[in-house]
Write a protein that binds this ligand. Structure first.
Ligand SMILES: CC(C)(COP(=O)(O)OP(=O)(O)OC[C@H]1O[C@@H](n2cnc3c(N)ncnc32)[C@H](O)[C@@H]1OP(=O)(O)O)[C@@H](O)C(=O)NCCC(=O)NCCS
Length: 255
């Protein structure tokens, strides 16, 4: 019957009645000893981070939990609740708003950093190659709202530098991120500082995550804020709240 048992193949979990092992460790040994961030790492990658790596990883997860009700994902969660959806559906609606433009810059930035890492001395050429494929905007830099500086990015970079000083990571993607920031600032003739997605991408690249996982990890992180907002909205009540108070109207541009 191997065609049946082989239908799903996994190295994540092994189980029989009374025994649950995750990545080779009995669940009862993980409960109470492993932090949630470390657990995410173990589940996704199969190995354990060092304490310094776990700390840096957790910092990235903490940094992206929320960006307020004007972030489309958070607004979607709150609107969903006022439509009568329970928390799980509100969370799913919100996570579904995270795409290439909202929440996708981290994945794109990790891809870019790995491209630049192939030949760091040729940064301007790598950026040109990226722009030829993806357009003029470099992911992970600039911010519409936080000017001049996204407060999350310098703090995360400080932690990366601390971790590099301890040998927990190499620091080479921090160098690459900063070199990109300097290059696009030079090209634009005005500051285009690293934002949260650029900084979390430095961390995920330093820790060796594949680019699509940067998207997944962002979703996990933002889910915390989504849950908090959905729950708060449920406590507040409110029915059928659309994106603006109803006395504001859209612009009708038909005839
Ligand atoms: C977030 C974003 C839309 C803000 O753009 P903005 O409001 O136009 O920002 P600014 O007004 O400060 O931009 C100043 C100039 O720098 C350019 N610029 C801003 N971010 C840039 C970037 N990441 N790459 C290249 N150029 C950029 C703008 O196009 C503008 O150029 P212009 O004067 O020739 O039109 C933009 O920075 C962006 O798309 N960044 C990349 C995506 C990203 O990381 N998103 C996550 C944000 S947390």
């Amino acid at each position: 019957m191997s065609d049946v048992s082989d239908w799903w193949r996994t190295s994540i979990i092994d189980m029989e009645p009374g025994r649950i092992e995750l990545r080779g460790s009995p669940i009862q040994d993980l409960i109470g000893t492993v932090g949630f961030a470390e657990m995410i790492w173990l589940m996704v990658r199969g190995d354990r981070p060092t304490p310094d790596q776990a700390q840096l990883f957790e910092a990235a997860l903490v940094s992206a939990v929320d960006h307020g009700p004007q972030a489309p994902s958070i607004a979607a969660a709150r609107m969903a609740v006022t439509c009568g959806l329970p928390l799980n559906n509100a969370m799913a609606s919100a996570v579904n708003m995270l795409g290439d433009v909202h929440g996708g810059a981290g994945q794109q930035a990790v891809e870019l950093y790995y491209l630049v890492a192939e030949s760091p001395a040729d940064l301007p050429q790598s950026l040109d190659k990226w722009r030829a494929e993806h357009g003029k905007i470099i992911p992970g830099f600039g911010h519409r709202f936080h000017k001049p500086t996204d407060p999350r990015a310098p703090r995360l970079m400080e932690l990366v530098r601390d971790a590099a000083a301890k040998g927990a990571v190499s620091g080479r993607f921090a160098d690459i991120g900063e070199a990109i920031e300097a290059q696009i600032t030079l090209e634009k003739g005005q500051p285009v500082p690293m934002n949260i997605d650029g900084a979390t991408a430095v961390i995920y690249a330093e820790l060796g995550f594949a680019p699509p996982l940067a998207r997944g990890l962002f979703c996990l992180s933002r889910s915390v804020g989504i849950l908090a907002h959905a729950w708060e909205q449920q406590q507040q009540g409110g029915r059928n709240k659309g994106p603006t108070p109803p006395h504001y109207r859209w612009t009708y541009d038909g005839n």
